[in-house]
Design a protein around this ligand. Structure first.
Ligand SMILES: *Cc1c(COP(=O)(O)O)cnc(C)c1O
Length: 497
């Protein structure tokens, strides 16, 4: 076998020149793909996307390759054509942000050099950089000296890590046994986690994955605005069977639907009195800590034992960029492992650092480079301006909905999300009409709205995470929703005759 050409791999001098060329061609193809459509989504829905002939008809893993350019150009074009346009003002469903250009460029550097933040010799500068960025984030939250963190692929994984640490650290303390060795079955009582009814789906799944059972999470009822307070947690605690050990309290700083922030100060006090680990899921809200307008609402977050923040939400990083911050670095101890091929003890004591003991991962992408680049390029002020603009847009949307007789708000806007529904003439058709109007807009490629349920009713959701949208765009979006609502109302009425 001959040696392959250097241009085949990204990291060398020649490879970088080849990469430069490929990037230019790919971006041109992306622009061509985006120009082939007009709305935030391709029109025609899933069937139309599955029918893209140029790239999808072929064998996905052919015997012979076609070469870089011939492979990538049509894929990039189709990928762009078939993507959800996050810069489009009618995209307002998920906490999926338009990516900052500087962060996307940094991600390319990360991929080209393929560093890993597990042991020092797999990514020396990446490891140093991650320490500094995490320090800055601990400071932003207000965690004390001695706090530490780790970057993870998402809020779901950050929450899972928090549950694992709480189980082992607080569970061991409460049961008087070393659970990090024997596991939760060694506990003197069944370990339970208290969280809000409005917690993200990843919380219950993390509790189950940590071996605490599908019903290991005990739900506290938030108020009508989605806010959980100490009284509701006390009621949840009172309902836990005697002998069980509640070892963790998970609060929200920005719930998934209403953007509610739980009463963090009183919850932290209650958790401390009970010996429970206090975790704050700020996957959504954490990016808003830079805003002086909103910062005060997060008071108490600095008392957390751990905090989840997603930078791929309200900080405009391309996925993945999440962090778990932990109040005491030593609390990562249950994750520590020593492998002779990775982190022998004498290397460690000779000063070669590693981060294996902070995650469940080994190879770990250097997502930190984009975070460092964004923080340097945009600064706190720049990010705060983006946050405040989205908050303004949400409040503007709220005022429009209040003024429309055919639209109903579920709750006042807290952060950047607006939950509402269309009110058809016949109230009994509301759920069907709302569900159908959202699908209609998706299939037509006209608007991307979120959907959820409050109580027993279906609601729709705008997430204002696109700072490029204007008030005029929102006017238009509201009109489009009302129009689709009317059309669906007519259709449902005809079908019911
Ligand atoms: C988005 C979100 C998560 C999950 O984060 P991923 O990055 O999607 O894994 C968890 N909790 C809350 C409150 C969220 O908004």
């Amino acid at each position: 076998m001959e040696r392959p050409p250097f241009t085949m791999f990204a990291g060398s001098d020649e490879g970088l020149a080849a990469l430069d060329e490929l990037v230019g061609r790919s971006l041109a193809a992306v622009r061509a793909g985006l120009a082939e459509r007009s709305g935030p989504l391709p029109t025609g829905g899933p069937l139309r996307v599955a029918a893209d002939p140029e790239v999808l008809d072929e064998d996905a893993f052919p015997e012979e390759g076609v070469g870089d350019v011939a492979a990538l150009e049509p894929l990039a074009r189709a990928f762009a054509w078939g993507s959800v346009d996050l810069t489009h003002p009618a995209t307002a469903a998920f906490l999926q942000c338009p990516a900052l250009a500087v962060a996307a460029a940094a991600d390319l550097v990360v991929s080209a050099l393929n560093q890993s933040v597990d042991v020092w010799d797999s990514g020396p500068f990446a490891m140093e950089l991650e320490q500094r960025v995490l320090r800055a984030l601990c400071d932003l939250v207000g965690l004390p000296e001695g706090s530490a963190g780790v970057m993870t692929p998402g809020g779901s994984i950050s929450n899972l890590l928090a549950v694992v640490l709480a189980r082992d650290v607080a569970g061991s303390r409460l049961s008087g046994r070393d659970l990090s060795h024997g596991g939760p079955r060694e506990s003197t009582g069944r370990l339970r986690v208290v969280c809000s009814r409005d917690s993200h789906v990843s919380v219950g799944r993390a509790v189950a994955a940590a071996g605490l059972g599908e019903d290991g999470a005990v739900v506290a009822e938030p108020d009508a605005l989605g806010v959980m307070d100490a009284a509701s947690v006390k009621r949840a605690l009172a309902a836990i069977p005697v002998g069980d050990l509640p070892c963790m309290l998970i609060a929200n700083a920005g719930t998934t639907d209403l953007g509610a922030i739980d009463r963090l100060e009183e919850l932290s006090e209650l958790a401390a009195r009970q010996g429970m680990w206090f975790h704050v899921d700020a996957a959504y809200g954490g990016g808003m800590l830079v805003s002086s307008r909103l910062r005060g609402r997060f008071a108490g977050i600095e008392r957390a034992d751990s905090v989840t923040i997603d930078l791929h939400k309200m900080a405009w990083h391309p996925a993945s960029a999440s962090v778990l911050l932990v109040r005491r670095e030593a609390d990562f101890a249950p994750l520590h492992r020593e492998a002779p091929y990775l982190n022998p003890a004498d290397d460690e004591s000779a000063g070669l650092p590693n981060r294996l003991g902070r995650t469940l991962e080994t190879t770990r992408r250097a997502d930190v480079l984009k975070v460092a680049a964004v923080f340097r390029a945009v600064g706190r002020r720049g990010l705060a301006d983006l946050v405040d603009r989205c908050h303004d847009l949400a409040r503007y949307t709220e005022s429009l909905i209040i003024a429309r007789t055919r639209l109903e708000l579920a709750a006042p806007v807290s952060l950047t999300r607006v939950v509402f529904r269309y009110l058809p003439g016949r109230p009994e058709q509301a759920d069907e009409v709302n569900a159908a109007l959202r699908r209609r807009l998706l299939n037509e490629g006209r608007a991307v709205l979120g959907r959820t349920r409050r109580g027993e009713r279906i609601f729709l959701k705008f997430t204002m995470i696109n700072p490029l949208a204007t008030e005029r765009d929102i006017d238009e979006l509201i009109a489009v929703v009302e129009e689709a609502g009317k059309e669906e109302e007519r259709r449902v009425l005809l079908a019911s005759r």
